[in-house]
Design a protein around this ligand. Structure first.
Ligand code: SF4
Length: 387
């Protein structure tokens, strides 16, 4: 792949929050190979499974074909009742929206896994919309997020907006579209969010924000900008801009008075998560290089950590203990499977049915977070605790 092709491929909708914030990251990342994670593979599996159900719903495949495909999918390493339940939740939401579209319009356009082209704003930019609906004067884009780590919101989400732009570019000449809905369904976190925009508003954003940033990214220009988006950057461990941003904390000019001021404490608090995540990325990168590529880091060496003991043959252990006269109470420990493991085993629906009333949620540990955090503030003081 030559440079421009690599840049093209890198200006993806899923990476948009990164390249919009830090345009030169695209060129800087080119030297690194594409990698995939187990989470990404699981997400792909969920998309494939939902596509099968939706294809049947849209009568693109017969019941017999559905069953045959499902049989194959159930052999996949990622298949389990919890995943099945999550996909069903997503399929239910989409089916409901498709039915709404059918009620609103005599001939709605319903597409799944549709390639959309947003190249008028991003050089060779394209992506795949999970579901695209056009009914009345409305365009709706729906995206499945399979993750269960971080909640993803559709509000001000550049990936969703780029899919919407692509759909508008593909179909805007055929349909008279006024408004756009962008919906993210993240079933494993019970998270559904929607952003609504008028066409003019979306096109304004595309012209004033996306186009200039995409051009900078394509040309390898613009300013480096470290932030949350660095998490998904291939050069996150060795990027100088990110290092400098994080090291600012270490270099804080702690002058007199000898105690930190409130503002300085807040500066440490607000930087700490990013600082820790950056330090972990550097640590992992350096270790991988030392182990896989025999890289010698000046003044550093590889050593073995503290090992842990384990049985070589569990059956033989039990036999030996019985022979030595110990009973089951000494040999075995009975413990209940964890909530997460049982939920995975039973599937969310069955879990709720059987154990719903037997599960309670203890309040989470109290944390100090920036004001912008979406969680509601709690008040705590000796008086409030007493009440
Ligand atoms: S690590 Fe962050 S600052 Fe550095 S290139 Fe990547 S996105 Fe930009």
């Amino acid at each position: 792949m030559n440079h421009s092709e690599r840049a093209h491929a890198s200006l993806s909708a899923s990476g948009a929050s990164r390249w919009l914030a830090c345009p030169p990251s695209v060129r800087l990342s080119e030297q690194y190979e594409e990698t995939t994670s187990v989470f990404a593979k699981e997400g792909t599996f969920m998309h494939e499974l939902s596509e099968i159900y939706l294809s049947h719903e849209l009568k693109h495949i017969t019941k017999a074909q559905l069953n045959k495909k499902l049989k194959q999918m159930k052999q996949n390493e990622f298949y389990n009742p919890e995943i099945e339940q999550a996909v069903q939740t997503y399929v239910d939401v989409v089916t409901e929206k498709m039915n709404e579209a059918r009620v609103t319009s005599k001939a709605p356009l319903i597409l799944i896994e549709e390639k959309v082209d947003f190249s008028p704003w991003v050089p060779a930019g394209f992506g795949t919309g999970d579901v695209i609906l056009i009914y009345g004067n409305r365009l709706e884009v729906i995206d499945l997020k399979g993750g269960k780590g971080v909640k993803v919101s559709a509000v001000e989400n550049p990936q969703m907006r780029l899919y919407a732009l692509g759909a508008l570019n593909n179909f805007g000449v055929i349909f008279d579209i006024d408004s756009i809905l962008m919906t993210i369904v993240q079933p494993r976190l019970d998270n559904i969010s929607t952003e609504e925009m008028q066409v003019d508003e979306l096109l304004g954003w595309a012209e004033s924000v996306v186009k200039p940033k995409a051009e900078l990214a394509f040309n390898g220009e613009g300013d480096f900008m470290a932030g949350e988006h660095c998490r998904f950057c291939k050069v996150k461990a060795t990027c100088r801009a990110r290092a400098e941003e994080n090291l600012k904390l270490a270099c804080m000019d702690f002058q007199k008075p000898p105690l930190l001021t409130d503002d300085e404490v807040v500066e440490v608090l607000t930087s700490i998560d990013q600082l820790l995540s950056w330090a972990k990325d550097v640590q992992e990168y350096a270790l991988t290089m030392a182990m896989d590529e025999n890289k010698q880091w000046p003044g550093m060496k590889l050593v073995e950590g503290r090992g842990s003991r384990k049985y070589t043959d569990e059956n033989a252990v039990v036999e030996s203990l019985i022979e030595a006269g110990f009973n089951d109470d000494v040999i075995y420990k009975k413990s209940l499977n964890t909530i997460t493991a049982l939920e995975k085993e039973l599937g969310k629906k069955k879990f709720e049915e059987v154990l719903g009333t037997l599960v309670t949620k203890a309040p989470g540990k109290i944390k100090l977070v920036p004001e912008e955090d979406k969680r509601p503030e709690i008040k705590t003081s000796p008086e409030v605790d007493f009440q």
